[in-house]
Design a protein around this ligand. Structure first.
Ligand SMILES: CC(=O)SCCNC(=O)CCNC(=O)[C@H](O)C(C)(C)COP(=O)(O)OP(=O)(O)OC[C@H]1O[C@@H](n2cnc3c(N)ncnc32)[C@H](O)[C@@H]1OP(=O)(O)O
Length: 410
């Protein structure tokens, strides 16, 4: 019989083996101390059959930047059920129990990256951010010289080398950028150990992790993490630059860093898998089509405490609206709420007033980070307008200056 329990300290190895197997990795040589250090056993839910762990869902305790704020959130990870025990409801039981735990800890929302897009909607998650991936033929693509203000680029200089050597500057820049960008997640020392860990098996044939830091005078203003992959074919050099992330505090730093990444001798391609939907590169390139852009999904979000989540973000325009939120899985998290908000204030409280808009919790999650328009969800029939004009009056408030951007899969 399968039973469920919280994790304990000694569970990591068995959980890791289960996760490696279910993700179709052989697990060989994938012992990873930096990942082990992230494991929060008490936040895991395990399914156990006899003495065997046959299911797991995990949660990391982190902060998530939302429009105009930073909130504690449950970062859901390592959802796995053994092949022998699938489609019997084990994941549903664990994921539901996990959502209760996240809510009871006072975290207003949960976020995750989905292995398959069809899994999480049924648990109230909504696709809240998207990513653009880039596969750039660098002989065809370059930054458009006419858009580069050379006077602003003067005085910027680059310093490159093994990523670990630049850790202090990189972490500092990330902390400066984090509060302003929805989708960014807190990274304490353990998370930086993990991010900068340079496991050979993780390189997928590429070289060691590199950092390039841009300085304006003595001040660091941006960095990129990347790897080179050396390759030669019959016609000569065919190397690649694989960009992991770029974080900048000025537009000039962004331009200089991408100019560097696009102009590495002996390379032909630049890959960037986790770009933002509004990645500035697409507005700087001489020919955006040459950037090989592809749309992908990003963070899925699940609201657990609607008033805390909605009052914890800010709004691009003044809004005063009553929302009826249906939550089939966790009815206690739904209800009717009045949201009053603007660029520098927000309150959200249960109300008995008549609702202006009716939507389910996954539709609200989809617009929560500002990555989807409420009007688009309404066009899909996922928001009911109960008061004429309510969609048009509310949609602009839920947008934000920048698209949400999740920099890393966890
Ligand atoms: C955040 C993350 O970690 S994402 C990673 C998710 N994990 C993986 O992809 C690893 C490989 N897959 C697995 O381990 C399992 O198939 C899981 C965890 C995805 C699902 O576990 P199960 O115990 O089989 O799920 P469960 O029986 O509770 O099914 C719940 C529902 O989800 C559906 N479902 C489950 N897996 C999938 C899937 N891969 N694709 C589409 N639907 C799915 C089921 O059909 C079921 O639907 P229903 O409620 O309409 O009947």
């Amino acid at each position: 019989m399968v039973t469920f329990r919280a994790g304990v300290e000694g569970d990591y190895d068995e959980v890791n083996q289960l996760v490696q197997r279910t993700f179709l990795n052989d697990g060989a040589g994938r012992e990873w101390d930096e990942e082990r250090a992230l494991f929060e056993p008490a936040r895991s839910v395990l399914a156990v059959d006899g003495d065997q762990v046959v299911g797991h869902v995990g949660t990391y305790t982190r902060e998530l930047t939302v429009p105009g704020g930073v909130l504690p959130a449950g970062f859901v990870t390592c959802v796995a059920v053994a092949g022998t025990h699938r489609r019997r409801g084990l994941a549903s039981t664990m994921l539901t129990r996990q959502l209760g735990e996240i809510r009871d800890r006072g975290e207003a929302l949960a976020v995750l990256w989905a292995s398959e897009g069809s899994i999480y909607g049924r648990y109230g998650y909504g696709l809240a951010s998207r990513r653009l991936s880039f596969e750039i033929d660098r002989r065809e693509a370059r930054l458009d010289g006419s858009r580069l203000d050379k006077s602003r680029l003067d005085g910027l200089r680059l310093q490159a080398g093994p990523a670990a050597r630049h850790r202090a500057q990189v972490t500092d820049l990330y902390e400066q950028a984090r509060p302003a960008r929805p989708g960014f997640a807190s990274r304490d020392a353990r998370w930086w150990d993990y991010r900068l860990a340079d496991q050979a098996w993780h390189r997928d044939g590429a070289g060691p992790l590199q950092a390039v830091v841009c300085h304006d005078g003595d001040t660091p203003v941006g960095y990129a993490l990347y790897r080179f992959r050396s390759s030669w074919d019959g016609s000569g050099p065919n190397g690649e630059v694989g960009v992991m992330e770029t974080v900048t505090t000025t537009p000039a730093a962004y331009t200089v860093l991408w100019d560097f990444l696009l102009n590495v001798d002996l390379t032909r391609k630049v890959g960037f898998w986790l770009g933002a939907l509004d990645e500035p590169l697409q507005y700087l390139a001489n020919d955006p089509r040459r950037l090989g852009m592809r749309l992908g999904d990003g963070l899925w979000a699940r609201l657990l405490d609607v008033p805390a989540a909605l009052s914890g973000r800010r709004y691009a325009a003044e809004v005063d609206v009553v929302l009826e939120v249906a939550d089939e899985l966790l009815p206690g998290s739904g209800g009717v709420f009045r949201l009053r908000g603007g660029p520098d204030h927000a309150t959200c409280e249960p109300t008995t007033d008549a609702p202006d808009l009716r939507l389910d919790t996954s539709a609200l999650a989809a617009v929560y980070l500002g990555g989807n328009s409420l009007g688009s969800l309404a066009a899909a029939g996922r928001v009911d307008e109960l008061h004429p004009g309510a969609v048009a009056a509310t949609a602009p408030a839920f947008t934000w200056t920048r698209a949400p951007h999740a920099l890393e899969i966890f």
